[in-house]
Design a protein around this ligand. Sequence first.
Ligand code: TPP
Ligand code: MG
Length: 382
Amino acid sequence: MTDGKTADKPSSGLVPDPSTLLPPDEPIQILDDDGRINAVDGYPIDDLDDEDFRALYRHMVVARRIDKQAINLQRQGQLGVYASLLGQEAAQIGGAYALAPQDWVFPSYREMGTALVRGVNPGQMLHQWRGTWLSGYDPYEFRFGLLSIPIGTQALHGTGFAMAAKFDGSDAVVMAYFGDGATSEGDPHEGMNFAAVFEAPVVFFVQNNQYAISTPLSEQTKAPTIAHKAVGYGMPGLRCDGNDVLASYAVTKRAVERARSGEGPSLIEAVTYRMEAHTTADDPTRYRSGEEMEEWQRRDPIARFETFMKANGLLDDTIKTEIDNEVEKLARIMREEIYEAPHGDPMELFEHVYVDPGSMFDEQREMLRRELDAAAETPQES
Ligand SMILES: Cc1ncc(C[n+]2csc(CCOP(=O)(O)OP(=O)(O)O)c2C)c(N)n1
Ligand SMILES: [Mg+2]
């Protein structure tokens, strides 16, 4: 290995000029609030044609409606819990649309929209929320890793995978998704640092939805923006209006192309808002105001894109029927998968954790077994 960029050396040794890494003053926006396209230098979308616009719209609307179905399944007692993507459709769909089939996604738990773009069966995704098993799909089939519930761990998985892809000479790019809250955790820090040093082909896609459960962004970080954190790692910080599907696409495409051409990782901050509760177990009225919700409702990602679609004659009955049919099909698949699925055995928690479990682990296992036995003997209220 002689070019200094390959496996035997971590990096090219080039130290970037920090001013080239800074995010733009304002998040990149291509589709304005009135649904008009304003071209932005360095973020072209001329590779998108009418079919792509239709596909982006269809994915967003289907994601929203499927998400609602998942919430309903939880309310019916079919799922233990579920984390909604409502409000984050543009960030997820636009970002994922910039990926190539050979690329890999390492998702957080909120990535139903990203999963749909990758072709994952949403019914199989729900097994993790039901507790049947870790997932129902084959990650290798869709190049979509398992949903990561521990915050930010997938940043490490993504970086490791990207480093391995580079060592193998593959042209695959990895997208690791996490939230604003996760940027305060150690795992994303280590993942981003390693990725920068090893010039790994990974894009860190942060959906800044303004909250980590009840903790607002203002209590999460003193950084000017999340994208500014990239400078400290030596990678570009990009920032987009995450409620603008075209900006999410163009900004991600730029980062993906950079990674694929061997120039290393980037950090994207997609500025968006979680319109639903954190999960079905949360009550957001306890920590955010109705005015704030209304303010973000006005920036609804689907409404804005719909204005663009209508203005350009792209929204006809054919696409509406296509969407209705797809939603009906996916909702049926979700119900069929989940209604018949067994509940997982809680004792499986202890399997596949340690090669050599140790005594404390054994004690915990026995404690849970005793609790389950006691619960089984206690008559249930009907
Ligand atoms: C390591 C770890 N610590 C704490 C939690 C509990 N927890 C679940 S979600 C969450 C907030 C995450 O917020 P953010 O990263 O902004 O993602 P969002 O849920 O907003 O998409 C926390 C603290 C966890 N799952 N894992
Ligand atoms: Mg968040």
